[in-house]
Design a protein around this ligand. Structure first.
Ligand code: NAP
Length: 201
């Protein structure tokens, strides 16, 4: 069931009360667009400490990054590999993903940069996001991959690498977290944060 009357400002005020009560230190938001964050900031005592959003090389969130920098809000990039495990997830349910989920590990530009640095594609994808000044939360169930996903502090991306990675940004067309096939009616919600960002599969 979807609550079509969500009041983000009221929700935020309840979260501020958790800070006042000493139950949490910092509060933030996820999957909010700039207008929604602005509305929260304009109606709050405590501004969001962090915004967690989808971000990867094909969806670099330039405008949101600039907005957050201006307001002193940090960003956490979720799905830094564009969450490729969803392909198998949808297929097990006998469904087609609602949008195309790219295979960033095999992207020729990323493979070329990875080979040059003797690193994995995953490491290049994570490293690039850290260069953009955001924190990154790649997920893996493999301890080996988790360890290797941390090995990004022993090399430097060159200005040419960075320029090539910057070029891979598709802007809003890079968005992949379209959930309306699961949460029926979500796309009609007045607070649907990304109503124009869902290129259908
Ligand atoms: N706030 C939100 O709305 C939201 C939405 C989505 C996700 N998230 C959070 O963001 C984090 C990551 O999201 P995600 O798991 O959807 O996407 P992701 O980190 O982009 O992708 C994870 C996938 O990449 C694979 N992988 C990880 N490291 C790899 C490597 N070194 N080489 C090859 N494949 C590798 C994983 O497989 P294995 O596990 O088999 O290694 C898994 O299939 C999670 O903590 C999640 O909770 C938040």
């Amino acid at each position: 069931m979807i609550d079509m009357h969500t009041n983000l400002v009221e929700l935020w005020k309840s979260m501020e009360k958790q800070v006042d009560a000493g139950l949490v230190k910092s509060i933030g938001v996820s999957n909010f667009n700039e207008e929604q964050i602005k509305r929260v900031i304009n109606n709050s005592r405590i501004k969001p400490a962090n915004v967690q959003v989808e971000m990867h090389v094909q969806f670099q969130q330039k405008s949101l990054r600039e907005f957050c920098q201006k307001h002193g809000i940090t960003i956490c990039a979720y799905a830094p590999f564009a969450s490729p495990g969803r392909n198998e997830f949808y297929s097990k349910l006998g469904l087609k993903p609602p949008v195309v989920i790219p295979d960033l590990f095999q992207h020729p530009v990323i493979v070329k940069i990875a080979d040059k640095h003797k690193k994995s594609s995953a490491q290049i994808l994570i490293k690039y996001l850290t260069e953009l000044g955001v924190s990154v939360i790649p997920k893996s169930v493999s301890s080996e991959r988790i360890r290797s996903n941390f090995q990004i502090f022993d090399f430097t991306l060159s200005p040419v690498d960075i320029a090539q990675l910057q070029e891979l940004d598709l802007g809003e067309m890079g968005f992949t977290f379209e959930f309306s096939s699961f949460f029926k009616g979500m796309d009609k919600h007045p607070e649907n944060p990304f109503p124009h960002r869902a290129p259908k599969n």
